[in-house]
Design a protein around this ligand. Structure first.
Ligand code: ZN
Length: 829
């Protein structure tokens, strides 16, 4: 019997030609299962995880029967090339590993359709020489990186398309409803999450990726339906660690694709728009992991439907879109096979170089452990997830750049300090994640331009030019859990997200927690402002008070201190009015149309997955019908709120005056500033000049310089040092500064009637690109503040404290705004 005859084509399995329908995720999985079941010894299919909604995440491995039978040996040998696996690699018979990732953005939905066409061709070689190519190449396919997002799009589309697709772009099938299928379940962009791995899809996928380490990674996307196809080589800026080989090979790939596109007369572009800088994309992250990482972009995302009439008057069909993606997939496998030897050789060099020489100006990064113990925990997870090896200091001293003072200083190495060297296989990732300033050779970039870990995690760190020695384990022993026996109460310093989890766990059990609004001293030990105080007498209704508190502390990894008295040596006693009960607030957040889906998703994820505290997500469209009195707090994520929601005499303002607390984020703060809530946005020089009759030759600009001109006002994402008033509850647990990721030019006049908790005075930009005019504007203003309004208050964050959930240092600030600020006021009085 003919093997080919047993392998079902997509059309024979699905019952329709590819391109005539959008295929739901479960059917894509069934098709791959059917292929595996048809028994070709040239394919292996596995489930590597599941999404938030429970959909399977899968991988297919396709090669020759010989290679598939030898798959584990090929994997181990490939890892040996990197040094991440011990043993000497065999380089006599090089095999290229090509990893194709489809549909990371769920509404770029031609991608997974193309995956089915591609796997079928790889297994059958009907129209190409695939069989030959696979002799020295293993293809790993992830048919759908984001199944929850894809099905959100496909289910919606299939529910409105009707019998006959309508190519008129005004038809509703081309207008996807909020939040769209781009993001995952919690509205996170998975193509910004590769390095941070805050989402379950990334965590499970990259674990697999790290076991394979392909030489080529292709990330399949779609862009607006009027755009021609985009493939490598990428646009500037390129990060400086990208090697000449990686640059050159992008050209080799691009020219191979162009051969096929030219033959068909298809339009395409290269070298524009999609740059290689931000480390958390599906192209850059693989590049910093030694691969040739590439983004492929077809026109048609979200609005392409099954067919759409473009601005040129042509009709673009789903069939066209998947055929283009199919073509670059097969061309990539071809070019990998033709260059397998060189790919493997240069891949090995990439890691050998890092291991032998380290990467970049600084060979070691030292993260101070003392006082930062709780902050090191998420950092350890981040490093492990990225395959980075780290150790700890023992003793001695060193000299290096202090990230927080921007000066070179001599400092002591202490037990508990974390040491990360670039002389290791993942040295390139180390450099990219820790470098104090990223070199940018072109400022027109697609994303943020600064992300250095010490700022994002708020941990005191040094960049050292010499390689420092380290020991593999942390020699600091944490104090033992509180002693048993009768206690008066417990103390916990307020310093990290772990403490927030501890607090919410206590609140959910109905345990009363107080907070000291003054520093105090007990038994010769100094306790800073903001300590949690849990007292037995306040919790008489809790059976087994002591055991219950200790159990919760154990579950949330919290080190408590037991005390036998409420009488302090210095400062407020536990019965003082300065030690106030923290009430468990009832929290709501607006979401839906007019709200940023990413912003609302971050708040939702924070409550559900990070601090485990209940939140009511309310559609902004329902805001006029909400009984606000049932909530103590309303969070307004970035968005543009309509229907006079924020009007000075509206329901929401009345609710705040009566005791509600409004927490406004990012762009919403700017909207509030325009609605008389007591804060004013700083004006740009252009605003100030309006109406003046000036004769300014600088206004005469060259048309061709338009993009360069606009960059002067641009701030795609850079880091600013904010001075904090840490005597205000909003900044409890922080030093006198905080590093914010600023993505716009919004800054507010110092509040006359309110608390300027986070301000920038002089030019405070520390890392990243900020346009010259933007820099001039971003000084002498407030970014984080609180205004008392009647019995309630407004708290605002001009920037996003929860940015992509990787901006660790903002998470406690946000918790403070929820649990600490305004306690004692509000509805509880
Ligand atoms: Zn995309």
């Amino acid at each position: 019997m003919n093997v080919m005859a047993q392998i079902p084509s997509p059309a024979s399995f699905l019952g329709y030609e590819l391109g005539s329908h959008f295929t739901p995720h479960y059917k894509i999985v069934q098709y791959f299962e059917a292929l595996a079941k048809a028994g070709p010894n040239t394919m292996k299919y596995e489930t590597y995880g599941k999404t938030n909604a429970g959909r399977p995440l899968t991988l297919a491995y396709i090669s020759t029967a010989e290679n598939i039978a030898n798959l584990e040996n090929i994997r181990i040998n490939n890892l040996r090339l990197t040094g991440l696996e011990t043993g000497t690699p065999d380089v006599s018979n090089p095999k290229a590993i090509v990893w194709l990732s489809y549909n990371v953005h769920g509404n770029e939905a031609s991608s997974s359709e193309a995956a089915m066409a591609t796997v079928y061709e790889l297994l059958t070689s009907n129209t190409t020489n695939a069989k030959e190519w696979l002799k020295n190449t293993v293809v790993i396919m992830d048919p759908c990186v984001n199944p929850d997002g894809r099905d959100r799009y496909v289910t919606w589309f299939n529910s409105v398309v009707g019998d006959v697709p309508n190519p008129d772009p005004q038809s509703r099938e081309h207008s996807e409803p909020w939040p769209g299928g781009r993001s995952n379940y919690y509205n996170y962009d998975l193509n910004r999450d590769w390095a941070w791995q805050t989402q379950v899809e990334s965590q499970q996928r990259i674990k697999k990726y790290n076991q394979w380490m392909p030489q080529i990674h292709c990330d399949y996307h779609e862009q607006g339906y009027n755009a021609p196809y985009y493939f490598a080589p990428a646009a500037e800026p390129f990060h400086e660690v990208i090697t000449p080989w990686q640059r050159d090979f992008q050209n080799v790939v691009g020219r191979n694709h162009a051969k096929y596109f030219d033959a068909k007369g298809w339009l395409y572009f290269t070298k524009e728009r999609f740059d290689l800088l931000y480390p958390s994309y599906g192209d850059t992250w693989p590049i910093y992991n030694g691969s040739i990482g590439m983004t492929y972009e077809q026109g048609g995302h979200s609005r392409g439907g099954l067919a759409v009439v473009t601005d040129d008057g042509d009709t673009l069909t789903l069939k066209d879109r998947l055929t283009h993606h199919f073509t670059t997939g097969m061309s990539t496998v071809e070019v990998a096979s033709q260059n397998a030897g060189k790919l493997v050789e240069n891949f090995k060099k990439f890691f050998d170089n890092a291991k032998t020489n380290g990467v970049g100006e600084y060979k070691t990064f030292v993260i101070k452990g003392k006082g930062n113990e709780a902050k090191l925990k998420p950092l350890e997870t981040l490093l492990k997830n990225n395959g980075i090896v780290y150790g700890y200091a023992n003793a001695g001293s060193a000299s290096g750049l202090n990230y927080f003072t921007n000066k070179t200083e001599t400092f002591n190495l202490e037990k508990g300090d974390m040491i990360v060297n670039t002389t290791q296989p993942q040295g390139n990732m180390v450099k990219v994640l820790f470098e104090p300033k990223t070199k940018i050779n072109d400022s027109a970039t697609y994303d943020i331009t600064a992300w250095a870990i010490p700022y994002a995690y708020g941990v005191q760190s040094y960049a050292v030019k010499e390689k420092l020695a380290s020991v593999p384990t942390n020699l600091v022993t944490l104090p033992a859990v509180a002693p048993v026996g009768e206690v008066y109460g417990f103390i916990k310093t307020w310093e990290s997200l772990e403490d927030v989890k501890f607090l919410t766990a206590l609140m959910k059990k109905g345990i009363k927690v107080r907070q000291s609004n003054k520093a105090f001293e007990l038994n010769g030990k100094k306790y800073p402002i903001g300590c949690l105080v849990i007292i037995k007498t306040s919790n008489k209704n809790i059976a087994d008070f002591q055991q219950t508190v200790l159990k919760i502390a154990g579950e949330t990894h919290t080190q408590l201190e037991a005390v036998g008295t409420g009488f302090m040596d210095k400062g407020a006693d536990f019965g003082s009015p300065d030690v106030k009960t923290l009430w468990a607030p009832r929290v709501a957040c607006l979401t839906g149309e007019s709200v940023s889906s990413l912003g609302a998703g971050e708040v939702w994820f924070y409550f559900e997955k990070e601090i485990n505290y209940p939140i009511t997500m309310i559609n902004a469209a329902d805001a006029c019908r909400v009984d606000w009195k049932r909530f103590d707090i309303l969070i307004l994520p970035d968005g543009y709120y309509r229907n006079n929601l924020l009007a000075k005499d509206g329901d929401l303002k009345t609710w705040v005056q009566q005791g509600g607390k409004l927490i406004a984020l990012e762009g919403t703060v700017s909207q509030i500033a325009g609605a008389e809530w007591g804060l004013t946005k700083k004006k740009t020089d252009d605003d100030k000049d309006k109406g003046k009759d000036t004769n300014n030759y600088a206004d005469v600009k060259r048309y061709a310089d338009a993009e360069r001109e606009s960059l002067k006002e641009s701030n795609p994402g850079s880091i600013f040092k904010v001075e904090l008033d840490n005597t205000h509850p909003l900044a409890y647990g922080y030093p006198e500064y905080y590093y914010t990721l600023k993505q716009d030019n919004n800054v507010y006049e110092f509040l006359k009637d309110g608390w300027n908790v986070g301000v920038i005075k002089k030019e405070s930009q520390v890392s990243g690109f900020t346009g010259v005019r933007s820099r001039q504007l971003l000084k002498d203003g407030t970014l984080i503040g609180q205004i008392d309004i009647g019995r309630g208050s407004l708290v605002f964050f001009a920037d996003d404290p929860l940015f992509r959930s990787f901006w660790q240092s903002g998470k406690l600030l946000f918790a403070n705004s929820i649990f600490l600020v305004g306690q004692g006021g509000g509805f509880r009085l």
